[in-house]
Design a protein. Structure first.
Length: 171
């Protein structure tokens, strides 16, 4: 009884707002809504991405305003979607205030690989980290500072490759 009143109220409210859902269409079920958000969470999707899928299916960004049939189509699309690889380093410029994120293992490995390419020993590298980043180990950096360390080491390597070595200038 409560469910049918709620469904009717949602349908009418969507009709008043000009939603494409007609008064005869049934609203999505709470189970469908839960399934949409659970699958989106598994995929690592943002709320904006989920709403864009809803808009593709129904023409409306409101997930809770979907009809049963539209919700089924959204669920099908999400089920057929593969998780996107999380790029926690490349392309990420800012995290919300107060969020602390450690660098991914791959990024730590990339920094250490650059250290090796520069022929720096552990003592030299630790001293460099301490001087510029106030830590002795790259794993203690947050993602932003690890990115900064990576980019700085990359620039140092580029400069090192441009500069002729002492052996080359002696010849």
């Amino acid at each position: 009884m409560l469910s049918s009143k709620l469904s009717t109220a949602m349908t009418i409210s969507h009709a008043k707002r000009g939603s494409p859902m007609s008064e005869n269409a049934e609203s999505l079920t709470p189970k469908q809504l839960k399934m949409i958000w659970a699958r989106a969470n598994e995929l690592g999707m943002t709320e904006r991405q989920v709403r864009n899928v809803a808009k593709e299916v129904s023409g409306n960004r409101s997930v809770s305003g979907l009809s049963k049939a539209q919700a089924s189509r959204v669920i099908d699309r999400l089920q057929n979607r593969k998780p996107e690889p999380q790029e926690r380093f490349v392309g990420v410029t800012e995290l919300p205030a107060g969020v602390f994120a450690m660098p991914a293992r791959g990024h730590v490995a990339a920094v250490l690989k650059l250290k090796d390419k520069l022929d720096w020993d552990d003592e030299h590298f630790s001293a460099w980290l301490l001087k510029y980043f106030k830590v002795k180990d790259v794993r203690l950096l947050d993602w932003r500072r690890a990115r900064g360390a990576f980019l700085a080491l990359k620039k140092i390597k580029e400069r090192q490759e441009k500069k002729p070595s002492a052996k080359e200038t002696a010849l």
